[in-house]
Every structure is written in C-alpha cells, then in structure tokens.
Design a protein around this ligand. Structure first.
Ligand code: AHR
Length: 511
C-alpha cells in the first residue's frame, strides 16, 4: 500500500474552472465526420443525417466547445466547397490524409450539429494554401448579419441568422514540415498577423488562436512561439499547444507519468509568452489553447500514404487511427485532464482529439451501434463535476521511478470547489501498477464534509490493464462505486485500487 497526503485550503485557489478546457475536435479525417457524427442512412439518424445515438453520447461526454474542420485537413481545404446545395459541391482530393472528400458535410451542417450538441464552435481557417482573403471572407459569410454578397449567400444557403462564431484558429500546426503550406515562424507570424487584422475588421469580437508548436519535441519549439508571438501579440488572444502520448515498448511507468511532460510543456509556453509580453511592453497576457491532446498509438501505415493510394485508389472516409483504449490509457487521460485543470489560470481552452472514431472517446459502427471507450469516463465526469474554483493541491506522495521522468508521485490529483453549491470534486489517479494507494486529504477552511458520490475506473475483475471496450464488449471498462471514500470534519480519506482513476464528490460547509 502506498501513501499520499494532499492538502487543500479554501483560500488557495488557482482561478475559476475554464469550461472551455472540456473541448473536443471534429476533423474531416477517417470516420470522425462520415459514419461518426453524420450518417444519413443510419437508423438513428435524424432528417439532417446526424446520428442521434452518437449525439446522446456527445451530450453525456459534456464537451463544451468543438474545433472544426481540422487539423491537417484544414490546410488544403476551401471552405466554399462545403456550402451551398449538396449536389453542387465538388468532390476533392484531400492531400493531408490522402482521401476523397465529398463535401456532403460542411460549415452549415457543422453549425447545425453543434447547436443540437449544445457545443460552441471553434473554427479553423486555412493558412496553408490560402490566406488573408479567404479568412476574412469566411468571417463575413459566417458572422455578418446581412446586406452583403457573402452574408446574403449564407442566408440563401439556409441560415438567416449569423453563425456568430467567436473562437477561431489561425491555421493548424504550421511549424510541421508535413503540413500543406508549411511555413517558417516569420512567414507564419506575418501571415497570421495580417489574417487576424482582416478578420477583426469584419468582426472585432473574435477571439483568435495563433499556432504554437505541433509538439514540444519540435526542433523549433520555443523559438517558434517567440517569433510568432512577436509578430502577432496584439492581434491574438491565445497560442496553441498540441501533444499526444503513448506507451513505448511496454514502459507503463513512463507512460503513466505523461502528465509531467504536459505540466512542463504548459509552463514553458507560459514562460515564453510572458517573456514576449515583457520585451514588447504589452499589457495583456496571452493565454493557452491546448487544442489537440490525447493518447495516440502512432503506427507506421496508420493513414494512407501516396504509395498506398496508388495501390487501391483514393478512398472515402477509411478507418484510420481508430485506437482502442484500455484501462492504462484511461488513467493517463485522467492525469492529463488534471494537468490541464491545475493550469486553468492560463490554459483557457483545450480540445481532446478527436471526438468520434478517430483517436476518440466515442466509437460508432457504420449502420451499427455507438459506445464509450475507457477514456470517455474521466473526461465525462470532470466535465460534469469540475465547477467553481480550482484549488491548489499540495501533494506529498510516495514515488516511483520511471525511465523518462525519474521520481514521480504515485498519486495525482486536481480539485475544485463551488462555493455556491458547497460541492467539491476530487479527481484522483493511482499510477501504481501493483499497489493500492491510501490517500488522506486535509480540507483546510472547510468543515462538515460529507461524501456525495465516489466512483472508480479500475482493472475489471479477472482482467488485466490492457482491457478495452469494443464492438463485441461495449461496457467492459467503466465506472463502479468506490466504497473506500469517507469524509469527516476537515478530512477526507480515500483508498484507490492499483492502477485506477477516481472521482469523489464532497459536500462541505465553511465557517
Ligand atoms: O488529430 C490528428 C492530427 O494530429 C491532426 O490533424 C493534426 O493537427 C495533428 O498532427
């Protein structure tokens, strides 16, 4: 049994929970759109072709904002191809994923879907093959009330009211040599600055995200952020971060410590943004948009290469990167969410990539059922219960050694407190592969604590840490009641099984 002591104090808060950190991502990639959220011939599809079984799970997941339409896809995408009568929309080759895009689903469909899903739209513009003109025209089409060619075209295409999209990404991963229209930091910084300016001339209320690095291992990481923000500081509100994690060669210990990399990545980008602020004598602060993150088992041959396309032709929405997530992945996702929440003073937006089928918490079979992956649970519970203030958590935990990060706490935590409802939530992970963890939480400044609910995701009885949900076994991994959670005045005690993620909701009063 390992031990951890956590101390929280009602006076030590990080800030309000930014609800936009429970964001997700829909890209025209694989089966995320087609046979994911949209499948007109499915028995559960409505008149618009939106799968209601998938929508139900999206609601349950609790995503607040969804990024669209890419990803790498957006860097070769013409937004105009996805509007107007469907029968007139062009079929195009998508160079990013080497597939055939029918454009049956486009901007209007996505906005209508997002309204049904109750999520905010986060729209990405193409700064790979296109530029300032396409960007400002898209803003005019989407957000201008009427009386101009483009806003009237939107009305003619079925949307009398403006879409009123506030949140925009200025391109995607423009530092990556794989990106269509890849640029140097100076080239991208200038283009993003001019695009931002022109977009704001059309709608001054926009919130804009500049592309940061594709991951913290890029050779240009750090310099890229500095150069891009030097060009764009006054024009943008956020800088983006992307990170994907996976278990390498059976090294579960390092994989389970991935949130340490995320912590470091976030803190490095905050430091860089603040250095640009100081040097440029700027008043405002740039916040962070962690707009792609997840576990992703990258494998050679995951997506069609130009050679494979030569063999079998250009395919429409093939199965690509449909990772099947296990118990270990769910614990890692829980700790990544903890990292995002603990940094909620600066990370204001985060999008798990992606929403359905493609490295996703929700899976759907063509003409078949939809189900929840293991990673669905930490996201859904945190999105539902993280409310009010984020609390600083002081953790004194037994540690374990791992190859990548050295000594790492066995127990990981984040916590929130909603003064209005008197409810606190604790999101806890035990990284120990063998040992249960005994956790004592000192609740300073709170009394009369009472456990309202406690649930745990753990290795199902008789199974191992690689257990997953899939088409045949759709509910094998999920949450079960956690009986070992007890609260008393000023104290909470929780016992977590080996390799588990748990959520404990506590009602407290303050004197
Ligand atoms: O989410 C899958 C891909 O990962 C995105 O298209 C790209 O931005 C990232 O490299």
């Amino acid at each position: 049994m390992s031990r951890a002591r956590i101390t929280i104090d009602r006076s030590f808060t990080v800030g309000e929970v930014p609800q936009r950190i429970f964001g997700s991502f829909v890209e025209h990639m694989g089966r995320c759109v087609y046979t994911g959220i949209y499948e007109p011939d499915h028995p559960d599809a409505d008149a618009s072709g939106f799968r209601q079984d998938v929508l139900k799970l999206v609601n349950e997941l609790g995503a607040t904002v969804v990024r669209y339409p890419g990803g790498n896809f957006v860097s070769g995408y013409n937004w105009e191809d996805g509007v107007g009568p469907v029968e007139n929309r062009p079929r195009r080759l998508d160079g990013a994923w080497h597939t055939l895009e029918t454009n049956a689903f486009g901007l209007h469909e996505f906005v209508n879907w997002s309204r049904q899903a109750g999520v905010e739209v986060m729209e990405a513009i193409n700064l790979g093959t296109r530029g300032v003109d396409a960007a400002r025209e898209l803003v005019e089409y989407a957000n201008h009330p009427g009386g101009t060619y483009l806003s009237d075209l939107r009305k003619k295409n079925g949307s009398a009211e403006p879409f009123d999209i506030k949140l925009w990404c200025l391109g995607n991963e423009m530092d990556g040599p794989w990106q269509i229209g890849h640029k140097t930091a100076d080239e991208y910084g200038r283009l993003a600055q001019e695009a931002a300016k022109a977009m704001r001339y059309v709608d001054p209320s926009l919130e804009l995200v500049a592309c940061g690095s594709s991951n913290s291992q890029m050779a240009t990481f750090g310099d890229w952020e500095q150069t891009v923000l030097t060009h764009t500081y006054e024009e943008v509100d956020y800088i983006s971060l992307h990170a994907y994690y996976q278990e390498h060669d059976g090294d579960a210990g390092s994989f389970l410590a991935s949130a340490r990399d995320m912590d470091h990545f976030i803190e490095s980008v905050v430091a860089t943004a603040d250095a640009v602020r100081a040097k440029g004598k700027h008043k405002k602060r740039i916040n962070l948009s962690f707009d792609e993150w997840n576990v992703w088992y990258t494998r050679h041959g995951d997506v069609d290469s130009p050679d494979e396309v030569g063999k079998h032709g250009w395919r429409e929405h093939p199965r690509v990167i449909e990772d099947e997530y296990n118990v270990t992945d769910a614990v890692v996702v829980g700790t990544l969410l903890n990292s995002l929440l603990r940094h909620g003073d600066r990370v204001k937006i985060a999008n798990q990539a992606q929403l359905v089928n493609v490295i996703a918490p929700i899976m759907s079979e063509e003409n078949g059922p939809a189900w929840r992956q293991s990673i669905f649970w930490p996201f859904a519970r945190m999105a539902a219960l993280a409310r009010g203030q984020i609390l600083h958590t002081r953790v004194e935990s037994d540690k374990y050694e791992n190859a990548r990060y050295g000594d790492t706490d066995l127990v990981d935590v984040s916590s929130t407190w909603d003064e209005e409802t008197g409810r606190m939530a604790f999101f806890l992970a035990n990284r120990g592969l063998e040992e249960a963890a005994d956790i004592e939480v000192a609740l300073r400044g709170f009394d009369n604590a009472r456990v309202l609910s406690a649930e745990v995701l753990q290795i199902p009885e008789g199974k191992d840490r690689f257990t997953t949900n899939n088409l045949q076994h759709r509910e094998r991994v999920g949450l079960v009641p956690l009986h070992d959670a007890k609260a008393a005045a000023g104290e909470l005690r929780v016992s977590l099984p080996a390799l588990s993620w748990a959520v404990v909701e506590v009602e407290v009063s303050t004197n």
